[in-house]
Design a protein around this ligand. Sequence first.
Ligand code: UT7
Length: 322
Amino acid sequence: MKYSRIIGTGRCLPDKVVTNADLEKIVDTTDEWIRSRTGIERRHMAAEGETTCDLAEGAVREAMAAAEIGPDDVDMIVIGSTTPDQVFPNMGCLLQARLGIHGPAAFSLEAACSGFIFALSVADKYVRCGDVKTAVVVGAETLTRIVDWNDRGTCVLFGDGAGAVVIRADDEPGILSTHIHADGAYKDLLYFPSGVSKGFDQLKAGADAVQMRGNEVFKVAVNTLGQIVDETLEANSLGKEDIDWLIPHQANIRMIQATAKKLGMPMERVVLTVQDHGNTSAASVPMALDVAVRDGRIQRGDRLLLEAFGGGFTWGSALVRY
Ligand code: UT7
């Protein structure tokens, strides 16, 4: 039986930091409201001309350096992103061109905030079946580009960034299981209205923005994340006490606390970046993982539960022996 193991992690954040106090000058909000309702204190924002692929490249270079691999070792690139640089070529191909990787499959997939978990699940399957030895998996976004900066209900929430992992085939686990789900019945609770084959004129005019019925999203998310925790533990015949670290999607501290409570985990065992990064959509889980790997909290052999929830709705988890 083959498994995939995470052999390197990396992240890249834009230099520009926007604090809650900065936002108080733009919309009718307060630092107190943002902190108490979301846990966010600051977020990074891409500079003019800085793209999702720029951030993805930074994260991948770090992850490849940590994994001690070169371009010729990469057999597959999978990127979760809803804010790609171009309609095509896909961001995997754009990354290949920058990294000097020629030939292996490279593609991006859209699953909103669950994009990294979906990408990890796909890459893990390819490694497990033996077709791929080494894969680069990325979550990268520039959500601040598609929010309405007059809408206090959404603009205070999002930030930009990218996180990446390198996974490699191994006889020992590794990624123990991944679980991905979607339910389009919730498509109207969190969405971006226009695309290429619909509303292209609005898109070109920059007239559209992320739409969210936050309160309704919140309730479904908390419930669904609780269920996926159960599903993941059951699939591995493990109990709550077997998880060393929870690495959740960083959308809202209150959502994270609810999931930790469900797991009976003290918050000291939960990796939190929401205060510094805001909600970076598909980038949030791999960036949080990288933070805790690099600061030494996560050690080899630890059991990690990664989970995410996003527009679609989409949701997913991965249980990892690091
Ligand atoms: O990442 C993918 C999934 N996304 C999420 O998981 C987001 C889930 N939702 C949330 O995190 C929360 O619902 C929000 C943080 C978006 C909103 O928090 P809430 O506690 O659900 O607030 P609410 O939407 O029920 O609004 C409460 C009040 C409203 O005022 P009234 O109607 O009670 O007078 C809002 O207008 O808070 C007001 N409000 C704000 N006030 C100050 C909304 N946004 C702001 C703001 N500053 N930025």
